[in-house]
Design a protein. Structure first.
Ligand code: GAR
Length: 209
């Protein structure tokens, strides 16, 4: 399976995919890393691994639609089977999402449908949640709202702040993303009519990994 990654920052989730591939635990081919931030650390990780890397800064385009049109044309050029948003921090223009419908997933640091958007860890703490986590879902034209494939849960512990909670979640994000992409690569997970299909049946509840 040809995999493209969209990322804005540090790239630890991309690194987890690279490491899994190197260890023979993930059967994918990395066809490109794409970013909206020319200085993102994820680009250096891509170069170090010999993966094609492209960064297009939104300020160089007149509109979001124009930026996304260029970015996703560059993505289309590498002919990915799947696009993984791994810490991509911009809303994606709906027309690009529709262009890649069913072929784009995102990892989000909350137990969706709780806390779409930003500052998820602080919001879970402010709500007094005793459990928090992360979700991998198909991308649809509404923010963090697509059908959820899989989730991982962590406890919220006394004394947690947003940083400690984020770190606990991140530890679970890496294996969750690797496992989710692996299931798609194996053909065990797909999307049909806005629903996740797992082993040939509609998935009623997200996989808990
Ligand atoms: C991850 O925690 C990911 O869930 C989150 O950004 C982080 C990226 O870390 N994504 C979002 O918040 C998307 N809305 P990484 O750059 O080290 O992979």
């Amino acid at each position: 399976m040809r995999l493209a990654v969209l990322a804005s920052g540090r790239g630890s989730n991309f690194q987890a995919l690279l490491d899994a591939r190197a260890a023979g635990r993930l059967d994918v081919e990395f066809v490109g890393v794409f970013s909206d931030r020319p200085k993102a650390a994820v680009l250096a990780r891509a170069s170090a691994a010999g993966v094609h890397a492209v960064a297009l800064a939104p300020r160089d385009f007149a509109t979001r639609a124009a930026h996304d049109e260029s970015l996703f044309s560059a993505i289309a050029d590498v002919q990915p089977d799947l696009i993984v948003c791994a810490g991509y921090m911009r809303l994606i223009d709906g027309s690009q999402v529709r262009r890649f419908a069913g072929r784009m997933v995102n990892i989000h640091p909350s137990l969706l449908p709780k806390y779409p958007g930003l500052d998820t860890h602080a919001r879970a703490l402010a709500a007094g949640d005793r459990e928090h986590g992360t979700s991998v879902h198909y991308v649809i034209p509404a923010l963090d709202a697509g059908p959820v494939i899989a989730q991982a849960r962590v406890p919220v512990l006394p004394g947690d702040d947003a940083t400690s909670l984020a770190n606990r979640v991140l530890e679970r994000e890496h294996p969750l993303l690797v496992a989710s992409v692996g299931l798609i690569a194996q053909g065990r997970v797909s999307q049909h009519d806005g629903q996740v299909v797992f082993d040939g049946r509609p998935l009623r509840v997200p996989l808990q990994l």
